[in-house]
Write a protein that binds this ligand. Structure first.
Ligand SMILES: *Cc1c(COP(=O)(O)O)cnc(C)c1O
Length: 425
């Protein structure tokens, strides 16, 4: 469910015609729907309300401070993975006690920043990190809480680059090791190790891995408690499915239906760290067609956005539904689908301007006829879109726009050439 719909062949974001935004702001631009963010967050909050649950929206998925701001106002906490994200979350008015900090390589500087801020939990990825956190908090006279990230070793069936919950991974520790770490460190005065963190990866499409993970982790928590230690919170991480194709993933309430019954009466608070399930279909990347051309038997649609703006197709072979922003009535897409084929379509590659063969958004895709100047919308680009963008080829990063009903505002200006060289002077 999102708020990007065609009306009379024109793509609207909520009540705003996307063409108006392109005319005012230019292209390429990331365009977000506030109502979609709000809808997803509220549905998750509601789905888990039988348990004491804190949603910590994952900043790395889409971290503009204007977005974080309204998420914080709606009660969201934040999952951060760097000092920069912590800074963003705090700038946006995020409540420190609702911030959790994950990541395998937290530096002393980042740990100190988070200790100073007074965050909720450090999500600890190794014994070495825990020892360092204890050292730093002792030196600085600080107290904090920590969650140990455990690998439940379940099969997540996603792209290898975004699969993190198995034994052979740089993330977290395995179950036996985890029990020993609680034995050794949970009585520390400065660092209260009192929670367990699990994050399976990103891009899941079914509930099963979560159910399996909870079933594997609960006995571990019981073992740790049986040894006399406190486990007050289970942080189940993120990775819940996002709707890249219409209705292709479980809803928040379907996930909750699998997870909540397992955790009832277990005396555990729950933390969830959803990223893309909240923001993916809350944003699109809007580009303009610069040229079309034929190469051999192929037609190419060359747009003014490139892999520097949205790297997911190149990096993960990710699918994004792509469609012109204005079409004749017969070409209004009934759903977003990999194989959508409407009579009169042309099979094309949609590519960017960058000097790399991997600079493409779609290959062999059936689209309504496209000509120079047409606006092209790359859907479901809200997650890991802008946040993974770069200045490659000295291209300024795209503008970001937030739509709220029939109004829109630029929440990040388009980078200028001057912006790009400023730090080099
Ligand atoms: C990336 C990440 C998330 C969010 O993942 P999504 O797939 O966007 O939901 C949550 N927690 C941790 C620890 C992460 O690294």
């Amino acid at each position: 469910m999102d708020y990007f719909n065609y009306k009379n062949g024109k793509l609207f974001v909520e009540e705003t015609n996307i063409e108006e935004i392109a005319e005012a702001v230019g292209t390429p631009a990331y365009i977000y729907s506030k109502a979609t963010f709000v809808d997803h967050l509220q549905k998750i909050q509601k789905a888990y309300n039988e348990l004491e649950t804190l949603i910590c929206y994952s900043v790395k998925a889409c971290g503009n401070i204007n977005i974080l701001k309204f998420m914080a106002e709606m009660g969201s906490g934040f999952d951060v993975v760097s000092g920069g994200e912590l800074f963003r979350a705090l700038q946006a008015g995020g409540q420190p006690s609702k911030i959790v900090f994950a990541g395998v390589g937290k530096t002393d500087a980042e740990i100190t920043e988070a200790l100073d801020a007074g965050i909720g939990y450090f999500n600890i990825e190794s014994q070495a990190e825990l020892e360092n956190l204890i050292l730093l908090s002792q030196h600085q006279g600080k107290k904090t809480k920590a969650a140990l990230r455990i690998n439940p070793d379940v099969d997540y069936k996603t792209h290898a680059y975004i699969r993190t919950g198995q034994k052979e991974t740089k993330f977290g520790v395995d179950i036996e090791h985890a029990v020993n770490i609680f034995e050794k460190y949970s009585d520390n005065e400065n660092v209260n190790l009192c929670a367990v963190h699990v994050h399976l990866g990103s891009g899941g499409k079914t509930i099963d891995p979560y159910v399996d993970a909870v079933k594997k982790i609960l006995p571990v928590i019981e073992r740790i408690r049986g040894n006399g230690h406190t486990v007050e919170t289970l942080d189940l991480g993120g990775g819940y499915g996002a709707d890249y194709e219409s209705d292709s993933v479980p809803s928040a309430s379907e996930y909750a239906a699998g997870i909540v019954p397992l955790l009832k009466d277990k005396n555990l608070k729950l933390i969830l760290e959803p990223g893309k399930s909240i923001c993916a279909n809350a944003g699109v990347l809007l580009a303009r067609t610069v040229y079309t051309k034929h190469g051999g038997s192929k037609k190419f649609v060359i747009v003014d956005a490139g892999m520097n703006d949205l790297i997911r197709p190149s990096l993960y072979k990710a699918f994004h539904f792509i469609w012109p922003a204005k079409v004749d009535e017969q070409f209004v897409p009934p759903k977003r689908d990999k194989d959508l084929q409407i009579d009169g379509s042309e099979v094309v590659d949609v590519v960017g301007p960058i000097c790399e063969g991997s600079d493409f958004f779609a290959k062999d895709r059936a689209l309504p006829p496209v000509k120079r100047g047409d606006l092209i919308c790359v859907f479901t680009a809200g997650a890991y879109g802008f946040t993974m963008s770069s200045n490659y080829n000295a291209r300024g990063r795209a503008a970001e726009v937030l739509v709220d009903g029939d109004k829109f505002s630029v929440i990040r200006k388009r980078e200028t050439y001057e912006d790009q060289v400023a730090l080099e002077k």
